[in-house]
Design a protein around this ligand. Structure first.
Ligand code: PEP
Ligand code: MG
Length: 325
């Protein structure tokens, strides 16, 4: 760990003018939870569970999932963990599911879209999460939601699973929050309706950039277009954060953008509740945060949204950084 940031590691994320911004960690395995908290994570903002299903011959059963989530909770103490249900299919193949290869995996059969066919798999995961929720603070987050129909369907399935557990007298957290990834642009236009149905959102900036700009996140030929600093993207973020807060709900961000130091002033300007990133980036992020003034960041964001090109936004950020040092 970089000694320069060490003093910030165990402080809560807040700006120079004492505005709170929770700094959380992204993990993909339970064993990553403890080092993440040691690195100063205030919570786990994204537990990507698809890794639990990959590189094996059968899906994990309920007990295995329960034990994994309990192990993560043990490291968390009273801190919370957002568990994202499996984001498999498409470009994340799982051999035992027999999902055919596709020409357009990012637009295809993945995440929430496969849950209806693989309902047993989804319900088993929900049971594992719910059972573990008796032992700590868990939240459920669904990937790739694009419509209210999908949210309503998930809520029905969740209600069924909860009813099953009640009947079996298995304890779980009756107040477990339900949230969605905000990574498909359609959600930005129905955000008010989504707020009526769920408790929280986390912006998946990796996929939201990909889908908003219609540009493959992994194709080196189009990286110029894959730029989260373009004004269209920033305006989308500003719109969704405002709407979510107007409805009194919670919104974080868990894509790679959260760990980009140069972009942090814009994320502060948005007024997000949380940013979640790989654990090693946490101490440096908290230190940078402690030197930012939220009102200056808001002004910077307004200027950035008025820019016409991503390049102009980059210049603006460089100027801001220079004025700070
Ligand atoms: C995202 O899309 O930004 C995200 C956090 O999810 P993933 O990278 O796992 O698709
Ligand atoms: Mg994603």
């Amino acid at each position: 760990l970089d000694a320069r940031h060490a003093e910030y590691r165990n402080q809560p994320g807040r700006t120079a003018d004492a505005i709170k911004l929770e700094v959380a960690a992204n993990i993909a395995h339970a064993i990553e939870a403890e080092p993440a908290f040691n690195n100063g994570a205030e919570s786990i903002g994204l537990f990507r569970t698809e890794m639990l299903y990959m590189d094996r011959t059968t899906a994990p059963d309920e007990d295995e999932l329960y034990n994994i989530f309990c192990q993560a909770l043990e490291a968390a103490g009273d801190k919370s963990i957002i568990i994202r249900t499996m984001d498999i299919g498409g470009d994340k193949p799982v051999d035992y599911l027999n999902i055919p290869t596709e020409n357009n995996p990012f637009l295809g059969y993945r995440a929430i879209r496969i849950y209806e066919e693989y309902i047993k798999l989804f319900k088993t995961q929900l049971r594992g999460i719910l059972r573990a929720s008796a032992h700590g603070s868990l939240k459920i987050m669904i990937p790739m939601i694009s419509s209210v129909e999908e949210i309503l369907w998930v809520k029905d399935v969740l209600a069924e699973v909860r009813q099953e557990l009640r009947k079996e007298k298995v304890p779980f957290d009756e107040k477990i929050p339900l949230g969605i990834m905000l990574e498909v642009p359609s959600v930005a236009f129905i955000i008010d309706q989504c707020c009526e149905e769920i408790d929280f959102f986390s912006i998946g900036s990796n996929d939201l950039t990909q889908y908003l700009m219609a540009v493959d996140r992994d194709n080196a030929k189009v990286t110029k277009t894959y730029n989260s600093l373009n004004p269209a993207f920033l305006r989308t973020l500003d719109h969704v954060v405002r709407e979510v807060h107007r409805h009194g709900k919670w919104i974080g961000l868990c894509g790679e953008l959260g760990a980009k130091g140069s972009v942090l002033p814009l994320l502060v300007g948005l007024g997000l509740d949380e940013i979640s990133m790989s654990a090693p980036s946490i101490p440096a992020t908290k230190e940078r945060l402690s030197k930012l003034d939220s009102r200056e960041c808001r002004q910077l964001l307004n200027k950035a949204m008025a820019c016409r090109t991503a390049m102009e936004v980059e210049h603006l950020l460089a100027q801001f950084r220079m004025a700070q040092s």
